[in-house]
Design a protein around this ligand. Sequence first.
Ligand code: NAG
Length: 503
Amino acid sequence: MIVRQTRTLPQPHLFINLLLLRFSTTESTHPQLASFSSSSPVNPAHLLRVCTILYQQQNSPEPRLHSSLRASEFQLTHEFFLQVCNSFPYSWRPVYRFFEFTQSDPHFRHSSVSFNKMLDVIGRSRNIDLFWGVLNEMGRRRLVNDKSFRIALRTLAGARELNKCVELFHAMNGYGFGYSLGSLNKGVETLCGNRLVDEAKFLVFKLKDWIRPDGVTYRCLIQGFCDVGNLIEASKMWNLMVDEGFEPEIDAVEKMMETLFKMNRYDEALKLFQAMRFKRMGDLGLSTYRLVIRWMCKRDKVSQAYVVFEEMHKRRIQADNLTLGSLVYGLLARGRVSEAYKVVEGIEKPDISVFHGLIKGLLRLRRASEATQVFREMINRGCEPIMHTYIMLLQGHLGKRGRKGSDPLVNFDTIFVGGLVKAGKLLEATEYVERTMKRGLEVPRFDYNKFLHHYSNEEGVVMFEEVGKKLREVGLVDLADIFQRYGEKMATRDRRRNRAIDS
Ligand SMILES: *[C@@H]1O[C@H](CO)[C@@H](O)[C@H](O)[C@H]1NC(C)=O
């Protein structure tokens, strides 16, 4: 029905196509959206007509635009307004002009939701003057909420309008939204989450006389600077926080430690850990121990990890599966195989992280066959492998860049490159073929993840079954088991998921 309509429209514009795309996904594949629109019915044909008018006449004089809109048959509802906003996610003009039109209807009432929606569109199209005007209008109508603050700060900071970020708090105070630490912290969190941590810091410091930052504010800033890899600023925030009498929250401590570990500043990370042990032993819990043990094992320092583990044990903190998994990997990485198995045997009900530690460690020791035995064992014990398990094992057997076998039926090219061709990825396939022909040619690593995802379907069930059989025939039982299990489980799981979406 919708398709037929576009044909009758003269010169369909780009946005109309986008709109159609939106409709068709609404109706077929997104169950939530579909049920949403059926519970508050917006007639798609009416929406399309109104959006067409708004798009085509967005520069027309107001009386003309309004009379066109009035002449077009549609029911103006709150939901209708939201959907108009959705149709123009990056264009302020049609949305704002529609807003002006709604103002001429005495029965129509805007809410914080509709204003925020429009505010977001105007922000995304970077019309800062209008944005600021609308924000003030929202203030006057007392329709500002936390979400408005978040949209405002993200937009203004993103547009480098830092003084306006500060002004926002003063302006809102004028409308009766008093200075609040809660709003500031939510704003800081939003900015840091959008990698706008310098902007967040500016805001906090400029508002200091009105809103005194607390431990949460500093924690957000510390985490924000850690996330962008700026350890110097993170440390400055840390010291400032301590100077102001706030004890660093454990989250902040862990973030700092983790960043130090990640940036290969192992000794400094440990110094921080030691300081915590010395001064705040009572605050050290499982999460910090888990973090430290994980990194020690990652960096092949399993003896150190054991010391920490023992302390944890003495303090009656129960290790979890993740910590034990790290330890198992750490032991294997140092070749302490039997100890690693002993740890696993001591766990009553190991979960996937323990098995992964075992598999990863064994693969590092180039014991792919033994790792596959662990894979079988985990299945026997009711622990279903996930995508990551398969990728690790395939890389362990075939190498990160694939392997050329002696039997053309079962070698890497047939299975994977053949698969790529089938998937229509000719260019990628050609690159891998070239690599196997002329070694040394730079091609990307084979993407097992993409490959497996592509075959998580009916075709995959058949393909992996076939491949499994061939591999078994030539004695590659490990690979055969891995592929067949993948075909049976992942593909059917995906199929079930798809069916659930379709219904
Ligand atoms: C490991 O995970 C399993 C499964 O979730 C759970 O039953 C078991 O208690 C966990 N073990 C530890 C040591 O946390």
